[in-house]
Design a protein around this ligand. Sequence first.
Ligand code: GLU
Length: 277
Amino acid sequence: MNYRTRFAPSPTGPLHLGHAFSALTAFDRARARDGTFLLRIEDIDRPRCKPGFEAQIYDDLAWLGLGWPEPVLRQSDRLDAYAAALARLAEMGLTYPCRCTRRDIRAAVSAPHGPAGPVYPGTCRARPMAEAGPGDAVRLDMEAALAHLDAALPGFTETGPAHAGRHPLDPAALRAAVGDVVLARRDIGTSYHIAVVVDDAHQAITEVVRGLDLFEATPIHVLLQTLLGLPVPAYHHHRLITDDTGTRLAKRDDARAIATNRADGATPADIRVMLGL
Ligand code: GLU
């Protein structure tokens, strides 16, 4: 199978050195395998995305020497595909509508807390999808999803240095740390988790290259891929680029923006050296 990977930024700010590391790592891995590097714009969170940032992504990546042989996939053009995946999970009886606010959930939960905040206590779990209204989010019924997979628990292969090897899904960890995860936010009608698995399959991605900050999200993606009958790619979670104090770079750290380094006279080769590539 031909190697295919992607870089999938959200246009919510200027790309910084952490993004450059991710894009260059993916590009280099594709090139070394005679494979294909693709670009996807993850712009489902419309209010936070700005066209100017998207234009700057193309400009920064081209400046770094990256090219992508297929048209850019924009998630805002793909909402029907995400709705179809959600409908499929609903038909399988694995989702329910949820009207709880963050405050409701905080009030109902004392523990435990997963990586994405408090694990949902299941207040709305008995509500049928037929009751779903426009103000509702849609959640995965984790217990039903695990029962659906039964003994056939899938896993994924990690090729990144920090956790290299085979990772079978761990039902206890999914229950304790993830629980009934939101698959469709009430404001945008979908979620990162649904969009990323639908698009990785659509783009026939064989290895997902992304930061270690998303390692905890990967079992959710593998679970959804398996429920939806989609292929499970390999995953390569790379180290995170931190600032001098060891803090992970965020998009608002303009000093580390690629554009700022360019304006200061850095060359693409300098950026590679700064990143240890
Ligand atoms: N859009 C995500 C981000 O900018 C990346 C998602 C992924 O690589 O799966 O952090």
